[in-house]
Design a protein around this ligand. Structure first.
Ligand code: IGP
Length: 262
């Protein structure tokens, strides 16, 4: 594996910049070695490739936009999402702003047979090594954080046998993602520098990716609360990523089922 280039993370703006700065500090002295290559089973990718819209349900206890959402037990929440019909689970592992933890990832992986995404602000190769060690099938890579270096992190993820959800929020980031070799693209409706949500972002960028000939998996992310909200991405996206509205519902299996019933 080639070494990753240095990224100037201090240029990341707004709320996102503050979150990223915390993670850069956490991993400043981390061991960058990756160890032996693992065969990728592409379980996350396969789970999202279905004729109907697939759901990635997120274990999310808190967020910068909402503060505390619900004191979920990660394993219980993941089981309820699976019962409700989710195709994959996303587990936040960022501690300061999302009340996540790597142990939560391990608990979720142990609780369900569904593939699990490590949802964090990846700024160091060690974070991908951990994702693989803790049993994740995939990790999030954000173009808003990694910029052009996203391709190198993608290679590391694949080296470790992980799928990568490469996330974009605007046209410029989409161009970088399309050039990176990503097989799974996520479009975040939330601008993480301001926390504003615009549900028109996903349909717009997903169409653009398809028009550019992207043949991989496309995921619409953030801000979905009801089955009706999903109408604009049905027949367009392969999957949706939903966290807060399910996590705060009080009955996760039921909320999951209702969300998936058009
Ligand atoms: O809670 P919501 O609005 O349903 O959003 C879920 C998920 O898309 C969101 O948590 C998210 C998308 N991309 C991220 C990057 C980092 C942290 C969190 C996220």
């Amino acid at each position: 594996m080639t070494a990753v280039r240095d990224v100037d993370f201090s240029k990341v703006p707004g709320v996102l910049g503050r979150i990223v700065a915390g993670r850069v500090g956490d991993y400043r002295d981390a061991d960058p070695s990756l160890g032996a290559a693992r065969t990728g089973e592409r379980r996350f990718e396969a789970a999202l490739r279905a004729p109907e819209l697939s759901l990635i349900a997120e274990v999310k206890r808190a967020s910068p936009s909402q503060g505390a959402i619900a004191p979920l037990d990660p394993a219980t929440a993941a089981r309820e999402y699976a019962q409700g019909g989710a195709s994959a689970i996303s587990c936040l592992t960022e501690p300061r702003h999302f009340d996540g933890h790597l142990d939560a990832l391990r608990e979720v992986v142990g609780a369900v047979t569904l593939p699990v995404l490590r949802k964090d602000f990846v700024v160091h190769p060690a974070m991908l090594r951990e994702a693989a060690e803790y049993g994740a099938a995939a990790a999030l890579l954000m173009v808003s954080v990694l910029g052009e270096a996203v391709g190198e992190y993608l290679d590391i993820a694949h080296h470790l046998g992980l799928d990568a959800l490469v996330e974009v929020h605007d046209e410029r980031e989409l161009e970088i993602a399309l050039g990176s070799g990503a097989r799974i693209l996520g479009v975040n409706n939330r601008d993480l520098t301001t926390l504003n949500i615009d549900l028109a972002v996903s349909p717009r960028l997903i169409r653009r990716a398809r028009d550019a000939g992207f043949g991989g998996v496309l995921v619409a992310e953030s801000g979905y609360r009801t089955a009706a909200d999903l109408a604009p991405v049905r027949g367009l996206a392969d999957a949706v990523l939903v966290g807060s509205s399910l996590a705060g519902s009080g009955d996760l299996a039921r909320a999951t089922r209702e969300l998936l019933t058009p």
